[in-house]
Design a protein around this ligand. Structure first.
Ligand code: ADP
Length: 160
């Protein structure tokens, strides 16, 4: 009976994120998708907007919840009673980054395990930053993000 948290920026949520969430929901008793502010990234969507995107797209998964916080990832896992930090890996570049983060988290809290799921091949090139770049130049992103997110992106770029 393992609870997992899936931390990230989700700016915005993509079909790559959703694929990881769907697969994790079948593996864990509970999955908490949590927006933890990455101080090195300037966000396009507010926390409330990103939470709404996750809520809208995860409502069919009974064991998936979502939240936002500003603490360290391990502190959030402990607060939620989760023993797993879940992350997705698209490439060797992701792997190297995730290894550093997982090692730092294990140093801070050895009782919490990092579990990595490999990206579905069809979604491996999708990142929130690529979606934002495509949107900026009017490319078609309809097969890369959920419909609700596409609408929110169109709205955001119309008003920028
Ligand atoms: P962060 O700023 O914490 O990296 P992201 O929202 O960019 O936040 O990513 C959150 C998690 O989702 C990370 O583990 C990332 O590797 C994973 N992820 C992002 N895009 C994909 C994708 N297309 N396929 C699988 N995992 C992904």
């Amino acid at each position: 009976m393992t609870k997992a948290i899936f931390p990230g920026s989700f700016d915005p949520l993509t079909l790559g994120h959703l694929d990881i969430i769907q697969r994790a929901s079948a593996l864990f008793e509970e999955v908490c998708v949590v927006i933890l502010e990455n101080s090195e990234k300037k966000s396009l969507f507010s926390i409330a907007e990103r939470l709404a995107m996750i809520q809208e797209n995860c409502k069919s998964y009974a064991n998936v919840t979502c939240a936002a916080d500003t603490c360290l990832t391990v502190a959030y896992a402990k607060k939620r009673g989760a023993t797993v930090i879940l992350r997705g890996v698209r490439s060797v570049k992701d792997y190297e980054y995730e290894l550093d983060i997982a090692s730092a988290n294990a140093y801070l809290e050895p009782s919490i395990e990092t579990v990595l799921l490999f990206s579905n091949g069809a979604y491996a090139f999708i990142s929130s930053s690529i979606i934002r770049e495509m949107m900026k130049y009017g490319a078609d992103i309809s097969k890369l993000v959920p419909e609700h997110v596409k609408v929110a992106l169109e709205e955001k770029y119309r008003n920028l």
